[in-house]
Design a protein around this ligand. Sequence first.
Ligand code: DAT
Ligand code: MG
Length: 159
Amino acid sequence: MSHHDERTFVMAKPDAVQRGLVGEIIDRLEGRGLKLVGAKFMQIDEDLAHQHYGEHEDEPFFDDLVAFITSGPVMAMVWEGADATRQVRQMMGTTDPAEAQPGTIRGDLGLDLGQNVIHGSDHEDPGANEREIDLFFDEDELVDYDRSDEPWVYEDVDN
Ligand code: DAT
Ligand code: MG
């Protein structure tokens, strides 16, 4: 594994799918130089929602969160790149879109805390990225390949 092989779990939430924002989310991550290594258009069931958001099960908003995330299809993805988990979080913006900086995905595309467009693994929770990837993807659903522009994204990758 080189330093730019970090993987993180990203999901375009049901609001993003309904609002036609999946392409824009992919476009932003792709354009940054991050590499898409897995994708699954799917509907999350109650059980998976509880596992994915288990850390929030005692929160007052938990039932609404589960109802929202199971309310329609999502695009679950794995993205790879240098410092990918933290970089995606920066690109997402803060949890509440009303507070998120313009230029971030939530800051540009959302207005409501409960419908905040995108999920990304928490970079401050060690192992969260691997745990979430394992929850949504089998190893053979992730694809290992080189993107032809990698030498132009990373200075230490040779042509
Ligand atoms: P993030 O999605 O930025 O990692 P989180 O893990 O703290 O945020 O919470 C998961 C989701 O739960 C979040 O995307 C939206 C919802 N949520 C968080 N805090 C909330 C609150 N105070 N009221 C309602 N929904 C909340
Ligand atoms: Mg979180």
